[in-house]
Design a protein around this ligand. Structure first.
Ligand SMILES: Cc1ncc(COP(=O)(O)O)c(C=O)c1O
Length: 402
């Protein structure tokens, strides 16, 4: 057999599907390059749990217990998810008001896979999907793969604006889905108030569209009113959850809660993709979470609340006039709005030189056309480092303002 030459590869590139064009340059390349620019950078880019909060010992013990089911659990099986884990999910979401049975739960490879599977059930090229403006980069990429029209709707301090949603639905009768992160949104940190939640559901009913509720941060609550997820208010909502933020992202365990007919299609599609989640890992997650996760999340929230407070206070102390930021009640992110004179890309480069890495905001817009925001994640950065990082960032903004 001959090894493919460069020329052969170029020929094959001509045969790639159009949808692969979505994957051009990656923000992570820029971030990793920037991390090398300073001997001691403060990194605000990571939307992940703090390393020190990841329950490694418990996971290790749980993994040993998971192997007790071998060799039986090493066959094919558990396509919809390990039953005790689905029961645990049902119990946890019931506390938040979502009434579902184990038949409505599909365990997935993170919420990323759940979103992808649900999109496969609903979307064809040319359909429209409404999203918040800005929204989660991963969701934008998934949607672009389906060659749909992404209609981004303005947000304000309280999440998606309902007048703008109504106008978007009226002007896009091809809409099939509203994709929303109503609680502690990524990247803006905003939370949709109760009246807007009800209004969104009414509008979705009027226009017969599905609501995809992406809820990775809903349990990471540090203050303010606790609101019911959209999934607790209406059964046309397909709700996505994950253990990535409450346990660890590397365990790749999330879930979808969906009405029976939707779930059956998702399950069928998943069976021709990866068949099931890793059966040992599902048991590991179950033995880790049972009789532990509530207390664990409460402790983690204490740490994240302090880090958020330190970040907000440091911004208050150091940022020059003209810079504003969100004040999230939960989740991992603070969303900074810059004065017109500074573009987020310029700030991204200059801040890295000064030893602080931020996430440039345009990656959260489908056309990447907006250049006046950066996202800061406080979850992984210790308090003293947050203070240093914000001071460096504020100095960079000042330099840029001249
Ligand atoms: C809004 C949102 N949805 C989904 C995900 C993906 O999470 P998972 O690790 O469960 O695939 C993330 C992770 O950053 C996220 O912020």
């Amino acid at each position: 057999m001959t090894i493919a030459t460069h020329t052969t590869m170029n020929d094959l590139k001509d045969r790639f599907a159009r949808r692969t064009g979505v994957f051009g340059d990656s923000i992570w390349t820029g971030i990793f390059e920037h991390l090398r620019k300073h001997h001691d950078p403060v990194y605000f880019g990571d939307g992940a749990p703090a390393q020190e909060v990841i329950p490694v010992d418990r996971l290790r013990q749980a993994s040993r217990r998971a192997w007790d089911d071998a060799p039986d659990c090493l066959k094919y099986g558990d396509q919809q998810g390990y039953l005790p884990l689905r029961e645990l999910v049902v119990e946890r979401i019931a506390k938040r008001g979502i009434d579902a049975s184990v038949n409505n739960v599909l365990i997935t490879g993170g919420s990323t896979q759940a979103i992808d599977l649900a999109c496969r059930v609903f979307l064809e090229p040319g359909d429209a999907v409404i999203v918040e403006r800005p929204t989660f980069l991963g969701a934008i990429e998934i949607l672009q793969m389906f060659e749909v029209e992404i209609v981004d709707v303005e947000i304000d301090d309280e999440g998606m604006r309902m007048d703008a949603l109504e106008a978007a639905l009226d002007s896009h009768p091809n809409t099939k889905i509203i994709y929303t992160i109503p609680t502690f949104q990524n990247p803006s940190g905003t939370t949709l108030p109760l009246e807007r939640r009800h209004r969104m559901i009414d509008l979705a009913r009027e226009h017969n569209v599905a609501i995809f509720e992406d809820d990775p941060y809903g349990e990471l609550h540090y203050g303010g009113e606790v609101l019911p997820p959209l999934g607790a208010l209406d059964d046309r909502v397909i709700h996505f959850g994950t253990f990535s933020k409450t346990i660890a992202p590397g365990i790749r365990t999330g879930f979808a809660i969906a009405p029976g007919e939707v779930l059956e299609k998702m399950l069928a599609i998943r069976e021709v993709s990866d068949i099931s989640n890793d059966r040992i890992m599902m048991r590991t997650v179950y033995h880790t979470a049972v009789d532990f996760l509530d207390e664990h999340v409460e402790q983690a929230c204490g740490l994240y609340r302090s880090r958020r407070d330190v970040m907000l206070q440091a911004l208050e102390e150091h940022m020059p006039e003209g810079v504003t930021w969100s004040k999230p009640d939960g989740g991992f992110f603070v969303w900074i709005t810059l004065p017109d004179a500074i573009s987020s890309n310029t700030l991204f480069d200059a801040a890295a030189e000064n030893g602080v890495i931020v996430f440039p905001g345009e990656w959260f817009y489908p056309n990447r056309e907006a250049h006046y925001n950066v996202r800061l994640s406080f979850s992984t950065v210790p308090e003293d480092r947050i203070r240093i990082g914000i001071e460096r960032l504020a100095n960079t903004v000042r330099q840029q303002l001249g």
